[in-house]
Design a protein around this ligand. Sequence first.
Ligand code: GDP
Length: 203
Amino acid sequence: MEPLRPKTPENFFRATRYIGCATKPRACPDDEGGEVVFAGRSNTGKSSAINAICGHRGLARTSKTPGRTRAIHFFEVAPGRRIVDLPGYGYARVAAGVRQDWAVWITRYFETRLSLRGAVVVMDARRPLTTQDEQAVDYLRNLPLHVLLTKSDKLKRAEADAALREVRRALSGGAVSVQTFSTLKKQGLDEARTKLAGWLNTA
Ligand code: GDP
């Protein structure tokens, strides 16, 4: 596929639109081109990050109810280039049997999806690398990873820098990059856009 040549990282995402959700592999869009998944604990600011990166306030739904949805949501950045919003982890309210089914189908998605180019793992900058975050990183490690340390506006500059260093050190040794991010202060938007556009342009 021809690389897109936007003037700015922001333009690359401007026309992003929601194209639907899937709760089983057959319902996913055709597995062609390239896609980037977003994973993270519920309430870390994953939906807000997708909205900010794409410059659409209402694109991904920000939720007050953790673990509200078990569907995978797809957003088309350009033909054949997609952002994929995975359900937030932390499913205390979901029955064990449902959790099992969910795990099976998400696992199948990761094992079979050829268009996957990379994963964005969203963590709260104030408490990164929770057990669930580490499990997600381990699970996704065969993909290039980009970590967003969100809500950096809630930290002092020195604290945010320390969090960045800590996570970089903990996750060193692989295709992993880490940045701080704030939708509130619009901090780190272009860094995230540039990373994602690079991945999607290798489709
Ligand atoms: P999700 O469950 O991970 O998709 O999280 P949401 O995007 O729904 O955000 C959860 C809560 O965190 C909401 O109340 C957001 O307004 C808030 N939030 C998201 N990003 C930021 C940020 O960068 N800074 C601050 N201070 N709050 C944020």
